[in-house]
Design a binder for this molecule. Structure first.
Ligand code: PEP
Length: 246
């Protein structure tokens, strides 16, 4: 049985004042699903105090190396040391802003697993690929190229995030989400065998309180990776409630 997961990605948003939102979230009645917030790395240590035990924390990226001459980068062990249990890898903004390839994402994901972090691996097609009908081919190739070796349900979460839906207010149809999630489950099974059944599949891209319930009712959607709507405790709390009710 896969435990549902509501994951928030604050991206490059938030200074210390934002921790009040985290504290508000932590003060809510215990959720029946897992809750994860990935704040900017600068806030991780203090977020650990605000989040208590109710909310897991994650980084938004890590370097593939354990340490060394990589100015400005953060290793997986540093994230863990600061209080993170998870890390996002392969987010489309990392792929586009920093030219991250599937091979780099795989190396980062394996470094994260080696440091004891659970990886939230992001995949998704852009609008041209969706319109050209190559969505499944693109996602299959991303998964094959970036899947960390030896992943299990304890060490890996996969997030389907259509690039054209991130931060745009656009979402795929429910049938399109179902098609990709069924495809991902089958591909994961092909790569990993039986352990694939335990890997949670998140949908991400313009999830908000008003559309969360219908998305969470889709087969093989085990939760969401949420950007903008994770910044406010009221919005993210409503999404958590929708996931609990699904
Ligand atoms: C994201 O950045 O992972 C994301 C899904 O953003 P948003 O919810 O704002 O579309």
């Amino acid at each position: 049985m896969r435990r549902k997961l509501a994951a928030g990605n604050w991206k490059m948003n938030g200074t210390q004042a934002a921790l009040a939102e985290l504290a508000t979230l932590a003060a809510r009645p215990a959720a029946g699903c897992d809750v994860l917030i990935c704040p900017p790395a600068t806030l991780l240590s203090r977020a650990a105090d605000a989040a208590g035990t109710a909310i897991a924390l994650g980084g938004q990226d890590c370097h593939a190396a354990t340490s060394g001459a990589h100015t400005g980068d953060i290793s997986a062990a540093m994230l863990a040391d600061a209080g993170a249990s998870h890390v996002i890898t392969g987010h489309s903004e990392r792929r586009s802003d920093h030219g991250e390839s599937d091979a780099m994402v795989k190396a980062k994901s394996e470094a994260a697993m080696a440091a004891g972090l659970t990886v939230v691996l992001c995949l998704g097609e852009d609008l041209d690929q969706r319109e050209a009908g190559t969505t499944l081919a693109v996602i299959g190739a991303q998964l094959a190229g970036s899947l960390p070796a030896g992943a299990t349900g304890d060490t890996l979460v996969v997030a389907y995030e259509p690039v054209w839906a991130i931060g745009t207010g656009l979402t795929p149809t429910l049938d399109q989400i179902a098609e990709v999630h069924a495809f991902l489950r089958a591909e994961l099974t092909g790569h990993l065998g039986a352990p694939a059944a335990d890997i949670r599949l998140l949908y991400g891209g313009s999830v908000k309180p008003s559309n969360a319930a219908e998305i969470f009712a889709v087969d093989d959607v085990d939760g969401a990776l949420v950007g903008g709507a994770s910044l406010k405790a009221a919005d993210f709390g409503a999404i958590i409630d929708a996931l609990d009710a699904a």
